[in-house]
Unconditional design. Structure first.
Length: 130
């Protein structure tokens, strides 16, 4: 099973583009999350497709916004200057908005309580909101 849930900070505003045949919308942006050790934060690209891509653009995420991403990891390999390199990204299926906005939509949801960290909003015996 390929599944990931990640709480992260938005680093770049989302960009919207379309597949060459203009059939599918793709929104992508960069996020960062803290490491467990004394290392700099990790950065990873987040990608949302079709309806989720449009919803991401409607939310107007900005640098510093906190979000919770539910999706899957994708690792692509490619050749660059004669070397084999890998690129990792998260293909989002849902994004939970931790900014305190109200409302709920098909793929972009609001955190369970406003201005409460997820660790406090979800008790030891409770399930996460997704």
């Amino acid at each position: 099973m390929n599944s990931i849930v990640l709480m992260a900070e938005v680093l770049t505003e989302p960009e919207l583009r379309y597949t060459p045949d203009n059939q599918n919308a793709i929104a992508s942006f960069l996020v960062q999350f803290d490491s467990l050790r004394d290392e700099p934060p990790y950065r990873i690209k987040v990608v949302g497709w079709n309806n989720l891509a449009n919803q991401i653009m409607e939310r107007k995420y900005q640098r510093g916004d906190r979000i919770l991403i539910d999706g899957r990891l994708r690792i692509d390999s490619y050749d660059r200057d004669g070397r084999r390199e890998k690129r990792t990204e998260i293909v989002a299926s849902k994004i939970y908005d931790l900014r305190g906005d109200t409302g709920l939509s098909a793929g972009v949801a609001t955190a369970p309580t406003v201005n409460t960290p997820v660790s406090e909003a979800v008790g030891a015996n409770d399930e996460l909101p997704f």
